[in-house]
Ligand binder design. Structure first.
Ligand code: 6R9
Length: 702
């Protein structure tokens, strides 16, 4: 048993004097708030106090140029740092690819024919090298350990648990290539199951615990998973969330709606006493502890091809059902490990803390795989940043002397609102790198992160990437000589060749704005969409043949730095969670008296974007609170609580603004939703019936 670190004293004596009463938000003292800076050098104190993988901007440029000039040699040198049971063929190129669907099927292969295992590289390698006693995870339970479950897990212990889990999955009939779905809260068991699946060559699909039974059922069927791992329930803030009950409902729905059978449900005891209320189905449901009780703590590694699938993670697109983004073992391993090391300047001995849930890509690449492949020690966090109070993250930073923190702008905005005193009550001086992810960060939130959380001595890494890219794509790397620009992701990561294209597909050179695309393959790129390679080609490669299309817009400034300007498609981003307008609209239309719906995103102070729904009702039906409640309930049931409509706009009998071909003019809806008036509407000549605008704007209708 290893002792947990003691709590450090608060950073500033003045702030510590407030005791029982919660810190107050710094009330305005009359002074106008200081505007956020436009450029801040990577802090000298950070540069001086730390060792560096990349010492300077010039070193970055040299390495970047190598990565682009000869990707084969560059990435293969890095790939050789991992263990390969069988090397890739020496006489074949490490990478082969085609990004042009008009020339043949789109693909990218890295080290095909080589055999490895990501779990072996993340765990066994470290234990064999004598690092087995290093802590892999410090687990911080919900609510500042209100139920005494705080613990730490070493690499050796994690390896043993992963092996026992792998044996339990094998006993449940899982073989290499089979799907395993998890529907669990964030905790140590979730990455344990992911690694166990990877160890035996199975393909994990993590479904975020906040998704509804209907959403889980669709994913179970799409992943073709016969085994699900769930948890009785979990404490989230002051609430108890009964996950097993939702999973039971999903399993029934998967059978009824998709003819899909789940044979085994492994149920983890989440703690908090909920298990007493969980009915178990004989022959299908097995308590995790019972399944693992007799399991051996060693398990053979199933060596797989570099191009075999590692996981499928469902994400939202602009149309239709969620897309199962598939990543493969070799390239993803190299991309996750390399970006973790360089983006965060991770050094052995650093303590890392990422607040993401493994239900999202960030939790895959920067909780489970990137850190463990580097042998890092990290904090795993169950619960929410505002419970028991808004000092939760800062208390954790102080407790473990966290060096690298990775969180989302939406969390920063809500914590900023709670007041600086929640931060200064704790010692956050250990921080050296402050990462953010999920959406563009507004300069005010950036400034608060930098000045208040980092005390102007840590560097900010605003990482732009996607489920599809698998790893960081554009980041302000923590190097000497770089001026950070709040809100700007800045530099392409190693091996990434970004380009801006205008709507006709012409390359925008120099300063300018356009569609952000990637011109060359990179190791951790998605390989396909589960069961639908055609959809992968049409979604990402057909509009601009030869390029991977991100779906985001970007602007290049005079320094050549890239600023992300938001989605150019109908994907919404609420609190960093991707949602397709189509998914939300089809849920709303599921309410009986609704005829049609159109949803747009509006700016929101905390969640970044919020949902504004235009709803057309059946003739003779009036919008009222009952209908509003029905819509809220339907969205919760089909998607989950994250799909919450901020503003409902009942549209009159003339309906939505459409073109003659029936396409909804979302541009106009966005303008109306954000309070735009007459003068802002621009060209409305494509409208089939211009009088719909009168009605939407509340003008007298002719
Ligand atoms: C990692 C992740 C991807 C979309 C992406 C973009 C937005 C993420 C961002 C950012 C600006 C950043 N996004 N990080 N926009 N700056 N630093 O979030 O993956 O859930 O697939 O979302 O999120 O719009 O296209 P995912």
């Amino acid at each position: 048993p290893r002792s947990l670190p003691a709590v450090s004293p608060p950073r500033r004596a003045a702030a510590s004097s407030q005791s029982a009463s919660p810190p107050q938000a710094s009330a305005g003292d009359g002074a106008a708030p200081r505007p956020p800076p436009t450029e801040v050098p990577v802090p000298a104190s950070y540069l001086e106090a730390n060792e560096h993988h990349l010492g300077s901007l010039a070193e970055y440029e040299t390495l970047y140029n190598q990565s682009v000039a000869d990707p084969d040699a560059f990435w293969s040198t890095i790939a050789r740092e991992f263990y390969w049971e069988k090397p890739w063929p020496a006489d074949a190129p490490a990478v082969s690819w085609n990004f042009d669907p008009t020339a043949g099927p789109v693909y990218a292969h890295w080290w095909k024919g080589g055999r490895t295992n990501i779990c072996y590289n993340a765990l066994d390698v470290h234990v064999a090298a004598g690092r087995g006693d290093n802590v892999a995870f410090f687990f911080e339970p919900n609510g500042d350990d209100d139920d005494g479950r705080r613990r730490s897990v070493t690499y050796a212990e994690l390896l043993a648990d992963v092996c026992r889990t792998a044996n339990a999955l094998t006993a449940a009939g899982i073989r290499a290539g089979d799907g395993v779905v998890t529907y669990m809260p964030m905790g140590v068991q979730l990455p344990t199951v992911m690694l166990a699946a990877a160890r035996i060559g199975a393909v994990h699909s993590v479904v975020f615990g906040g998704f509804s039974p209907a959403a889980l059922a669709a994913r179970l069927a799409a992943a073709g998973a016969a085994v699900i791992v769930t948890t009785d329930g979990v404490g989230r803030g002051a609430k108890w969330v009964p996950l097993k009950a939702a999973a039971d409902e999903a399993i029934a729905l998967a059978a009824a709606e998709y003819g899909h059978t789940v044979t085994t449900q492994l149920v983890v005891r989440g703690g908090g006493g909920g298990e007493a209320d969980v009915p178990m189905v004989t022959g299908r449901d097995v308590w995790w502890d019972d399944a693992l009780a007799g399991a051996a703590d060693t398990a053979p590694v199933v060596w797989v091809d570099a191009e075999d699938p590692l996981f499928c993670l469902f994400t939202s697109g602009s149309t239709g059902a969620p897309k199962g983004v598939v990543h493969t073992v070799g390239g993803y391993m190299v991309g996750a490990a390399t970006t973790f090391k360089f983006s965060f300047n991770y050094m052995p001995g650093d303590v890392y803390f990422c607040t993401a849930d493994c239900g999202w890509i960030t939790g895959h690449t920067y909780v489970t795989y990137g850190p463990l492949l580097n042998g890092a020690t990290q904090v795993i966090f169950e619960g929410i940043p505002t419970y028991p109070d808004a000092g939760r993250l800062w208390a954790i930073v102080a407790r473990y002397r966290v060096n690298i923190l990775y969180t989302a702008p939406t969390a920063l905005r809500s914590l900023k609102r709670a007041g600086d005193a929640y931060v200064t009550a704790h010692d956050t001086s250990s921080l050296k790198v402050l990462g953010t992810v999920g959406e563009p960060i507004n300069p005010e939130a950036w400034d608060w992160y930098y000045s208040v959380v980092g005390d102007a001595s840590a560097t900010v890494v605003d990482s732009y990437w996607q489920t599809e890219t698998g790893a960081h794509v554009i980041v302000p790397l923590p190097v000497a000589g770089l001026s950070l620009k709040p809100g700007c992701a800045q530099l392409p990561h190693l091996g990434i060749v970004p380009a801006l294209l205008d709507d006709n597909g012409n390359v925008v050179e120099g300063e300018g704005e356009g569609n952000l695309v990637i011109a060359r393959p990179w190791p951790s790129a998605l390989r396909t969409l589960m069961g639908d390679h055609g959809r992968m080609e049409s979604t990402y490669f057909s509009r601009f043949p030869g390029y991977y299309m991100t779906g985001d817009g970007a602007r290049r400034d005079a320094d050549g730095h890239l600023w992300l300007t938001g989605r150019i498609d109908d994907v919404l981003n609420v609190s960093g969670h991707r949602m397709g307008t189509a998914e939300v609209e089809s849920a709303i239309v599921g309410v009986p008296s609704v005829a049609e719906a159109a949803v747009v995103g509006i700016p929101h102070e905390v969640t970044g974007e919020a949902l504004y729904a235009f709803v057309v009702l059946m003739p003779g039906v009036e919008g009222n609170d009952g209908l509003r409640a029905a819509i809220t309930a339907e969205l919760r049931a089909r998607i989950g609580p994250i799909a919450r409509v901020e503003t409902l706009h009942w549209v009159g009998g003339r309906g939505l603004p459409k073109t003659r071909s029936g396409k909804i003019l979302r541009r106009l809806l966005r303008l109306i939703a954000t309070g735009g008036g007459e003068g802002d509407l621009g060209d409305v000549s494509t409208l089939a019936d211009p009088s719909v605008l009168d009605e939407l704007l509340g003008r007298p209708v002719a």
